[in-house]
Design a binder for this molecule. Structure first.
Ligand SMILES: [Zn+2]
Length: 337
């Protein structure tokens, strides 16, 4: 695994040793909020200075503790406080410090941006702050779960307050992060969500065009992920027909004793054609129980027998589960990245 290679933005500051006191922050400005008058160390990025407390940041991270010790030899200072340089973006450092200084957001489970969650994960991993990394993972898993049962319960469990505020590039960003850190329980479902639309729609959503290639705020272009998406999407479309929608093949329950079920089953297939259910679509895991209920179940005038309705729903659910279990194969994800 290479954290450095798993960049989540097009341009990250080059890796160097945390705590170095090279010409740090010469043109950097104090952070508007994370500047404590009684602080006793300056954390400096290229653009921003943070005046914080050695004891507090050392308590949360052994890596930061080492940095504070190294800063005692620093030749530069601001307001009498030694400067310790950090190589990350200012926003990432700010998110880490907010996580250290103000964890009410964790206790109240307020929705936050993926930018914050991603920073917690990256910084929590690099600076060995377990609770920051765990909070990030917990929120990502709530949106990209590792079982079909949890996936089906997502919206109810959020209670209209998703733990991450959705953005158009989020599915791709999560896939980038999961691939970089070998989060093999998250990567398949993140890739699946990327396939919600057509591949060309994704590239437009991510602004992968010549005009935007130099914008550092956009996600990095990762050919490996895009290759997985193009191959995987075609397979999802195929398995939607062969697995998830297998109940639309006209077969009835072996226990069926109601001759009209044959007609009802045919009606369900015909209506599905008219509704465009068989068109090119990679939403292979979408629940189609409503379709069954409306065409031949409780909400229909042409009701099939209970055995057939249960038979259709079971085959549909079994097909969805099979696709879920196939996701890693569909996206060509090996045992280890
Ligand atoms: Zn029947």
């Amino acid at each position: 695994m290479s954290v450095a290679s798993g960049t989540r933005k097009r341009k990250r500051v080059a890796e160097d040793t945390p705590g170095q006191t090279k010409q740090a922050g010469q043109s950097a400005l104090p952070h508007a909020d994370l500047w404590y008058e009684d602080g006793n160390i300056i954390l400096a990025t290229d653009a921003t200075l943070f005046k914080v407390h050695r004891s507090i940041i050392s308590r949360q991270s052994g890596v930061l503790k080492t940095i504070t010790l190294l800063s005692e030899q620093a030749t530069q200072s601001v307001e009498g406080c030694p400067i310790a340089r950090l190589p990350e973006d200012s926003d990432d450092v700010a998110q880490m410090l907010y996580g250290i200084y103000d964890n009410r957001i964790f206790m109240q489970n307020k929705p936050v941006s993926f930018t914050a969650v991603s920073a917690w994960f990256w910084m929590g991993t690099k600076y060995d702050i377990d609770y920051l990394r765990d909070e990030a993972l917990s929120r990502i898993l709530a949106c990209y779960p590792d079982t079909l049962d949890c996936y089906d319960q997502i919206e109810e469990s959020w209670s209209s307050r998703p733990p991450i505020v959705w953005t158009p590039s989020q599915d791709y960003d999560v896939a980038l992060l999961a691939q970089a850190h070998s989060l093999l329980n998250i990567l398949p479902v993140a890739l699946y969500e990327c396939c919600a639309g057509r591949p060309e729609e994704l590239t437009i959503r991510l602004s992968f065009d010549a005009l935007h290639t130099t914008d550092p705020s956009l996600p990095s272009f990762d050919p490996k992920i895009l290759q997985r998406l193009f191959v995987g999407r075609a397979e999802l479309v195929r398995q939607r027909m062969s697995e998830s929608l297998c109940f639309l093949d006209g077969e009835r329950s072996p226990r069926c004793r109601q001759s009209s079920c044959r007609l009802v089953s045919g009606y369900m297939v015909s209506l599905s054609h008219k509704a465009g259910v068989f068109t090119d679509n990679a939403r292979t895991l979408d629940d189609q129980n409503d379709l069954i209920d409306v065409t031949c179940g409780a909400q229909s005038n042409l009701q099939a027998c209970a055995d057939c309705v249960n038979f259709f729903k079971k085959r549909h659910q079994d097909g969805r589960q099979k696709v879920w279990d196939n996701l890693r194969t569909i996206f060509r994800i090996p045992e280890e990245l």
